[in-house]
Design a protein around this ligand. Sequence first.
Ligand SMILES: *Cc1c(COP(=O)(O)O)cnc(C)c1O
Length: 403
Amino acid sequence: MEKLEVCPGHPSLKFLERDIQDLKDQNRYIRLRLLESAQEPVSLVDGKRVVNLTSNNYLALANHPALKAAAIGATQTYGVGSAAVRTIIGTMTLHAKLEQRLAEFKGTESALVLQSGFATNVAVCQCLMSEETDLLVSDALNHASIIDGARLAKSERKIYPHKDMAALRKILESPQARKARRKMIVTDGVFSMDGDLAPLPEIVDLADRYGAVVMVDDAHASGVMGRNGRGTVDHFRLHGKVAIQIGTLSKAIAALGGYVASSALLREYMICTARPFLFSSSHPPSVAATCIAALDILENEPERIARLWDNTGFFKEGLRKLGFDTGRSETPITPVMVGDTQKAKSLSEALFEEGVFALWIGFPTVPMGQERLRTIVTAGHSQEDLEFALRKFQKTGKALGLI
Ligand SMILES: *Cc1c(COP(=O)(O)O)cnc(C)c1O
């Protein structure tokens, strides 16, 4: 191949210099860190071995031999890619099998898999909320993919303050809601920044009373909450009471993808109308096989989930004993509240130097004054890993005057 000389950036994009400077001024500039090993509880990041408190690898499946063997086996049999969208020739046996398994796992009539959790939220919101007289009602702290899905939907949207059930009821009682052709309440099951749970039983009651569809995004709950990691609907024993459950295959399931577990009707309708489903290719067979192998583990090794929760309890308790504020978390997502961008950044950097990776999160991802580090432990962390991390939190937190 003839090698091309690298051309200089095109002058028509010069305006980005200013925009990037703005991002830097607002502390929104992102520099990518490089993961140089597999995704492990102790990983090699930017050349440094660190206790990894940042991934969504809840059950430590990302480098699991059985999942890797499944991916390799599927590649040998079915090749590396589907080379088509699902509606043409991109629905392979393994895609159908995975959907069957997901539906069984969730105890729903059907499941439909999409390219990512992000694409799934966008697809469901867009295709169900398709007229201006529809109403999408969303928690203020819902994930960005729900916000974007709501923006792409033709419906009106109303946002209620985080978990504020009185405000949700008020919206549902409004004349606009009463006139709506259909209404849908959308909530994260586990909120991704604070690690708190949606008040699902109350939401379901309100939805029943006012005739609304409930859609729960269980991205951080799949593999984590409920029996065998079935999610928040199972955790609250609301089987059959929540119309639409979204899950991701990119977090605890350790591969890539999203799914909607729901009625057969919704699946049928989405196959014909959901734009990310219609116009974007399906997963490589290796991804589907990986997810099936992960479900085998969820179904047969509940002790992994028990270990995740043991580690979560140990680490949370450890942070609290040291004097850190862990916010309102009820799950393995544990924020360490700092309340100041510069301090959060400094704490994260100091920890990294000491061999612990915990990402800082600032405005606008979280409200001003709630800047924090966000930690996630996994089933794979050893007691020693977590004790090491706690010692480093103590050292750096003291040095920065946080505890
Ligand atoms: C991560 C996440 C998603 C996106 O899932 P992907 O599979 O990574 O696209 C959607 N919703 C919530 C609440 C998430 O945390």
